[in-house]
Design a protein around this ligand. Structure first.
Ligand code: ATP
Length: 302
């Protein structure tokens, strides 16, 4: 019986990791208790998943129309492109359709018309599991499970070596914090262990994503403001993970996206303005007034 315990325990951990991964994704995407009906193609195209072994991905939305229910269209013809390794940010009022765009990228739903493309192919041409392996997400609020902090990071890529986990933690700027804990990487976290702060949890999420090494990254920025020091550290860690990676940011604080290659300003399912930070300020319209409302140059908080 004792001999069985090891493998069973391991299987339990894997199960728990998979469940938590799904919880994270559902949480970020706001998918709760919802049946989503999308089917895998009969002859799926292969897709490279890790950046380390492949080039960054190209992402495009082509005249996408979509709604959750037939009587209400939410996105009214959305087109944009994120070139390999570039960063596009989406901003806009609440309910504008920002998260809906990330849900369509993950293909949690199918578009009504138009297409979502990754590497020039319709996301409907890939196996869903492969597509989601190629896309990493740093959610607003990370779900931790009752395991060691090392394991909580490692499940970004089950099978990563302890050295790889540590390297990811260093890049995410959480290694020093972990080493200051009495049991280091073995410290139990979660409901029955050490409680982590919002900023620490986010760094765990960043470390996981660094390990996963996806070719596309979706950052769902937290609405709640962190203190300025933590915010700076998180931004630095996010810069590391998004460097050279095709990145889509759903942003709330404009100060974090001034360096984006393109900013899409959304309202009621339309892109009403688009351009770089400087170009949008020069237009002196919607984005410029959002920037002014957030305090302009010194603006940090929403
Ligand atoms: P926020 O900044 O508040 O997160 P958002 O721009 O991300 O907003 P979405 O979450 O994309 O907005 O929602 C766009 C619209 O779609 C909203 O009117 C919302 O009510 C609706 N919507 C979102 N999810 C669903 C759903 N599962 N079923 C039906 N309608 C939905």
């Amino acid at each position: 019986l004792l001999q069985l315990y090891g493998p069973l325990n391991f299987l339990g951990s894997v199960y728990s990791a998979i469940r938590t991964a799904l919880v994270d994704l559902e949480h970020m995407l706001g998918l709760t208790e919802e049946e989503v009906e999308v089917a895998d193609p009969a002859h799926p195209l292969p897709i490279a998943t890790r950046l380390q072994v492949s080039a960054p991905a190209r992402v495009a939305f082509r005249d996408v129309h979509f709604g959750y229910r037939p009587e209400r269209e939410i996105l009214h013809g959305i087109s944009f492109e994120v070139e390999p390794g570039r960063k596009v940010a989406i901003v806009g009022t609440t309910g504008a359709g920002k998260s809906t765009i990330s849900r369509l990228l993950f293909r949690f739903y199918d578009v009504w018309s138009g297409a979502v493309l990754v590497d020039g192919h319709d996301v409907r041409d890939y196996r869903q599991a492969d597509l989601r392996a190629a896309i990493g997400v740093v959610p607003q609020d990370t779900v931790l499970f009752n395991e060691s902090i090392g394991y909580n990071i490692a499940y970004g890529r089950l099978g990563a070596t302890p050295a790889e986990v540590q390297h990811a933690a260093q890049l995410a700027q959480i290694h020093d914090f972990i080493m200051s804990l009495p049991e280091g990487y073995e410290t139990q976290v979660g409901e029955r262990g050490l409680k982590l702060s919002g900023g620490e949890k986010q760094r765990v999420a960043i470390a996981r994503t660094i390990l996963k090494d996806p070719r596309v990254l979706v950052l769902d920025e937290a609405t709640s403001a962190l203190d300025t020091h933590t915010e700076k550290e998180i931004q630095a860690a996010l810069k590391t993970v998004s460097a050279r990676r095709t990145t889509l940011v759903i942003a709330h604080r404009l100060s974090t996206i001034v360096d984006a290659d393109e900013i899409l300003v959304m309202a009621k399912g339309h892109i009403v303005e688009r351009g770089t930070h400087a170009a949008l300020l020069a237009q002196n319209a919607v984005y410029a007034s959002m920037w002014a409302a957030q305090g302009g140059e010194s603006g940090q908080e929403t």
